[in-house]
Design a protein around this ligand. Structure first.
Ligand code: FAD
Length: 383
């Protein structure tokens, strides 16, 4: 058994840490979160790190990272900078990884270099008012119209639409509406008939959340991800990405938990009550010790799932286990971090309240943790 990263992976992690230390002042995330603002001013610098091209090889303008590099990047950006994470995750995963896994050769050559340069920013449109966990039953229709398609319908709770150039859009293209008829389109967000409206939420404010309306949006069959022969193949295309999405989320929430733990430990070493630092009290020590146990277990489960993926071994079970454990642990760890900081943990001027709010999304996004438990039950042969 070898727990070591390669020298290149260690150097990549160090590079990200240095970048975040240099370019992202400690209060940047809090300011952006308060303003609900996307950090366009950082985009070019993030492009220079190669993060946006991480999931695909140099031949397409990328940096050629695998699952381990993606996990390192997701963990470090969640730990150090929600701003960098916001610039990195949506385009790199929902445009870069999506097109690399499912695009036609021509689409990869056309679009991936632009993703790596930050010129194409993707968002992902699956969820609808009547189709959340039951995502196969989406109702947004793409109807054949001559050589192209006309799209009508509505998506809800879609991240980052306002800053995206394109939406990776799941549509229903089957006459009967069953799940064999899903088709993925890459739709420009500037298309006529494409409108969006911001929704209010309680965390992760750097990336906005939107309802999206499609009113006779015309697209060509060349906009089908993978090309015209992928008509009605969208569900299978999505399945290819799901395990990596869960591993990526597990890495993000491991980073968030690590950050809450480190902030709480620092605070406990400084804050004095009854003439002693609160970190000298055993009840606080116990909370902090448990926070490290949870975070480290999340990390090991996440790395294990990524290692299986990197070595082309089945990782469905490990990915769901890691996603459940890391997201539920992050929620507990962040709440305990707030407890360690007392009233200050609840104040806007400290980061802990932001970490708590952000941690609440983990068990919901990327397939809820109930759905992950169903996946595990299926792996156990119970369904
Ligand atoms: C901040 C945020 C960002 C998001 N970003 C995106 C995005 O970019 N793109 C996108 O497409 N979507 C996005 N979503 C949507 C997200 O993926 C959905 O919220 C999620 O899939 C759950 O769907 P739902 O909210 O409709 O809940 P529902 O499916 O209605 O579920 C409600 C509850 O019932 C449970 N449940 C449902 N079915 C079962 C079952 N069979 N067995 C047991 N329990 C069940 C669920 O686990 C949950 O607890 C985002 C959501 C949020 C809050």
């Amino acid at each position: 058994m070898d727990f070591a990263f390669t020298k290149e992976q260690e150097a990549f992690r160090e590079m990200l840490r240095d970048f975040i230390k240099r370019e992202c002042p400690p209060d940047l995330d809090r300011r952006l979160d308060d303003e609900g603002r996307y950090p366009f001013e950082l985009t070019e610098k993030v492009v220079d790190t190669g993060l946006l091209g991480l999931p695909f090889p140099e031949v397409y303008g990328g940096s050629g990272g695998g699952p381990m590099e993606f996990v390192i990047a997701a963990e470090e950006t969640a730990y150090g900078s929600a701003a960098v994470a916001a610039i990195f995750i949506l385009p790199a995963f929902f445009a870069g990884e999506m097109l690399y896994m499912n695009g036609s050769e021509e689409q990869k050559r056309t679009w991936l270099p632009k993703v790596a340069r930050g010129e194409v920013r993707g968002c992902f449109g699956l969820t609808e008012p009547n189709a959340g966990s039951d995502a196969v039953h989406i109702e947004t229709r793409a109807t054949q119209d001559g050589d192209g398609f006309v799209i009508n319908g509505q998506k809800t709770m879609i991240s980052g639409v306002d800053v995206a150039t394109h939406m990776m859009l799941a549509t229903n293209t089957s006459p009967g509406g069953d799940y064999s008829g899903m088709t993925l389109f890459m739709v420009p967000t500037s298309a006529a008939g494409f409108t969006h409206r911001r929704m209010g939420k309680i965390g992760s404010e750097i990336i906005g959340l939107f309802e999206v309306f499609f009113d006779n949006v015309h697209v060509s069959q060349e906009n089908i991800i993978g090309g015209p022969e992928m008509l009605n193949q969208g569900w299978l295309q999505l399945m290819k990405q799901l395990d990596m999405e869960r591993i990526m989320i597990a890495a993000q929430y491991t980073g968030l938990a690590a950050r809450a733990t480190d902030d709480a430990v620092e605070y406990a070493k400084e804050r004095k009550q009854f003439g002693k630092t609160i970190g000298s009290y055993q009840m606080i020590q116990s909370l902090l010790a448990d926070m490290t146990v949870g975070t480290q277990t999340s990390r090991l489960m996440t790395y294990y799932a990524a290692w299986l993926k990197a070595n082309d071994m089945p990782c469905n079970l490990a990915a769901s286990q890691a996603k459940i454990y890391a997201t539920e642990t992050a929620r507990t760890v962040c709440l305990n971090g707030m407890q360690v900081m007392g009233g200050y943990g609840y104040l806007r001027e400290f980061d802990m309240q932001r970490l708590v709010r952000d941690s609440l999304l983990g068990p919901i996004g990327g397939g809820t943790n109930q759905i992950q438990r169903l996946i595990i039950a299926r792996e156990l042969g119970l369904i």
